[in-house]
Design a binder for this molecule. Structure first.
Ligand code: CA
Length: 233
């Protein structure tokens, strides 16, 4: 979900929302949570940097005007010096200069306030999809705790020992591993790991998830999301 699969493997699929206006922060967080992301909020720049260090998010939403010593530009510069995490800046409608500066110092995209929370979610999804495609071409290894997935050789190891998966189990594992932190419906999993026109019982996903849990052990934190499907943490 992040810039490389290797990076992705060490994060939790979470999004940090940096915004001192709690109404905006809560609204954005509510929609992003509903879309399946884990959300962390920061009301100032220092807290934002702390959260980014501790949570290693797959995306940061960053307001420019922040209280305290660090404004959004400073946070963006600091993040960019060590990380290629996608950054979406939030700017006021009148501040064209903020948008230009923001993009120049390494933000990936911007959203003008007031924004539609649905647009925000759509933008986040598009950026993360782009990141996954970049990851596809740059790195073909996914690490999750003690599990290593080599996409090209289709080999999976747990603590260095190879584990045999069926072809379906492997495809499901890769699909869910590339969307770490997102709640995925059984239909999404079927469409992604099987094929778009696969007809059959969605419960077949449950069977395969059970097998994956059994074969890969505790390193694979696939959680059941009630009423939705599954999420890999
Ligand atoms: Ca602000």
């Amino acid at each position: 979900m992040c810039q490389t699969i290797k990076n992705m493997a060490s994060d939790s699929g979470s999004i940090v929302v940096v915004e001192d206006d709690s109404n905006i922060a809560d609204l954005a967080s509510a929609y992003l949570s509903k879309a399946g992301y884990k959300v962390w909020q920061a009301g100032d720049g220092a807290r934002a940097l702390d959260l980014c260090r501790s949570q290693n998010p797959c995306l940061v939403i960053l307001d420019i005007g922040l209280p305290g010593e660090l404004d959004g530009f400073e946070v963006c510069r600091t993040l960019r010096s060590t990380s290629d995490v996608p950054i979406v800046i939030l700017t006021a409608r009148s501040d064209e200069i903020d948008r230009i500066v923001g993009l120049e110092i390494g933000a990936d995209d911007y959203i003008v306030k007031p924004f539609s929370p649905r647009e925000l979610v759509a933008r986040v999804r598009a950026i993360l999809r782009r990141s996954i495609r970049m990851a596809d071409s740059s790195s073909r290894i996914i690490n999750i705790n003690d599990i290593t997935i080599d996409i090209d050789s289709r080999k999976v190891t747990v603590s260095g020992s190879e584990v045999h998966l069926t072809s379906r189990e492997f495809d499901l594992l890769v699909f869910i591993a590339m969307r770490r932190g997102m709640a995925l419906s059984r239909r999404q999993l079927l469409n992604g790991a099987w094929s778009n026109n696969w007809v059959g019982d969605e419960r077949t996903v449950d069977v395969h998830v059970r097998q994956l849990r059994k074969k890969l052990g505790e390193g694979l934190n696939i959680h059941t999301v009630w009423g939705v499907g599954y999420r890999l943490d």
